[in-house]
Design a protein around this ligand. Structure first.
Ligand code: FAD
Length: 463
């Protein structure tokens, strides 16, 4: 296997660090953390495991490798700076969602398997909370719970069926009628909702930068401004970068949405762009007009293209979703004015008392989606030494932070390291066969048709 430089993802994308060495943040979150970009790799080095990509997945893999086997040499290379990708731009919801929802997972996997998968997802949420506490990472984590809101009869019926499955599986979800929803958020549009008390919210850029410090203290060598240009599979695997190379016994591709255009990742994940807008900080009166100030619950609407909204530590409202884009070819767009305008319009529909609030930030990012919306983990390459974890399909904050707990034991055991704990088991998502995703115009046209069908259903639901 040889992944050449012209196959690396988004090759036309300018670097986030300019010629004078300054980093250019994209999201509100990235603006909250001062970044001095780390040095690029400028020589040829060797290591046991090389991790490509410095988001939550890469950091989690590096963290767990050093935690289980402090003696091994781990190198992490990142194209821009740690947390510049989706991990520094997302909504910051750490939640257990897998596939479209629990009902979908139960239909695809059977109720018991879906229950096991969701328990693993809750472990992932708890892992985030535990790691943040253990390493005292200042990332504004708030245990707000998460409320799924029903805006139409069809969705309400589905949510009721899902709630019953959750109840049978022993999850402590609560059904809220309109009055119950009103105790969390005052908005006429919502008929009912399902409250899950366990999820939390956080500032994802602060978490990513905090984890950078943690892995460096454990001895991981982190090279920022170091894009992978070429991967030459072999023993060892050789990673070529603009000014140096890494020879590694094992490699982990932690690229998620950025990996869609390279080699065997192409058949597994699609790069999908999604977008967020954020308001100025609300005054106490503005916040009180929404009724949100009491419980600060994080919210999501039940739709194909969800809306998700939450408060930030300084009481802005962050509002994302509405649409998602798969652009043709290798296009990368973290600004889409049509979607920003649609999001702002929708915000004013939900919160008429806040119609004059100013939007100060808007941004987007790319995430990895699989055809069945379930994640993909595994090992590939000519010698089984090129690992990946990706395809969290828009719900990766919790699971990408837990990816290392799943992958590190597999990597270390296959390298012959002894006395490694088994790690969480994810049998249905590990080494599953790639779903053929086609490429070029066929893939684009097929997926656009699918996207339009999902959008039509959302429109129909509003009638
Ligand atoms: C706008 C938005 C909102 C979201 N909201 C939520 C949410 O609220 N809750 C939730 O659970 N999930 C959410 N997600 C998804 C979540 O952010 C991702 O699932 C998660 O961050 C994936 O982490 P990752 O490390 O796998 O990928 P990324 O964070 O994307 O990391 C990949 C890294 O690889 C680097 N890279 C790219 N090319 C190369 C190369 N050639 N060489 C070296 N490095 C390279 C990139 O710069 C990047 O840092 C959202 C995503 C977006 C975009």
């Amino acid at each position: 296997m040889r992944l050449k430089s012209d196959q690396t993802p988004f090759r036309g994308l300018p670097p986030a660090v300019d010629a004078s060495g300054s980093y250019h943040p994209v999201s509100l979150w990235q603006e909250t953390v001062p970044v001095t970009p780390g040095s690029p790799l400028e020589s040829s080095i060797e290591c046991d495991v090389a991790v490509v990509g410095g988001g939550f997945t890469g950091l989690s893999v590096a963290y767990h490798l050093k935690k289980y086997a402090p003696g091994i040499e781990v190198v992490l290379i990142e194209r821009d700076v740690i947390g510049h990708g989706a991990s520094g731009r997302n909504g910051g919801f750490a939640m257990p969602l897998l596939g479209w929802d629990l009902l979908y997972a139960a239909q695809k996997l059977g109720e018991q398997q879906a229950g096991a998968a969701y328990r693993l997802m809750y472990d992932a949420v708890d892992h985030v909370k535990r790691t943040v506490a253990e390493h005292a990472i200042d990332c504004d984590l708030e245990a707000t719970g998460y409320l799924l809101l029903n805006t139409c009869a069809r969705r309400e019926k589905r949510a009721r069926r899902e709630y019953e499955v959750a109840h049978r599986l022993g999850f402590d979800h609560q059904w809220l009628d309109k009055a119950g929803v009103g105790e969390h958020i005052r908005a006429d549009t919502f008929r009912s909702g399902v409250l899950d008390p366990r999820p939390c919210i956080l500032n994802p850029a602060k978490l990513a930068r905090g984890m950078k410090g943690v892995v460096e203290r454990l001895g991981v060598r982190v090279y920022e401004q170091t894009p992978l240009d070429e991967l030459i599979d072999g023993l060892p695997v050789r990673l070529r970068t603009p000014h140096g190379a890494v020879n590694a016994r094992q490699v982990v591709l932690a690229l998620n949405g950025y990996g869609g255009s390279i080699g065997f990742m192409q058949a597994r994940v699609m790069p999908v762009h999604t977008y967020i807008v954020a308001t100025e900080p609300l005054t106490n009166d503005q916040l009180a007009s929404t009724g949100w100030h009491v419980k600060r619950t994080s919210l999501e609407t039940a739709r194909n293209f969800i809306h998700y909204f939450r408060l930030t530590a300084d009481n802005r409202i962050l509002f994302g979703g509405e649409d998602a884009q798969l652009y043709y070819g290798d296009q990368y767009k973290d600004q889409d004015q049509i979607i920003f305008t649609a999001l702002q319009g929708r915000f004013r529909e939900y919160f008429p008392t806040l119609r004059d609030v100013r939007f100060t930030h808007q941004w987007g990012g790319v995430l990895g989606v699989t055809l069945d919306m379930f994640p993909t983990f595994g090992a590939g390459g000519d010698h089984g030494s090129v690992y990946h974890a990706a395809g969290y399909s828009g719900h990766g904050v919790a699971l990408s932070n837990y990816a290392g707990a799943i992958l590190a034991p597999q990597i270390l055991k296959s390298a012959g390291v002894r006395d490694i704990p088994d790690g969480p088991q994810l049998p249905f998502f590990y080494n599953r066969k790639p779903v053929w995703l086609a490429s070029g115009p066929v893939r684009y046209v097929g997926l656009q048709a699918y996207r339009q069908a999902l959008r039509l259903q959302d429109k129909w639901d509003r009638a």
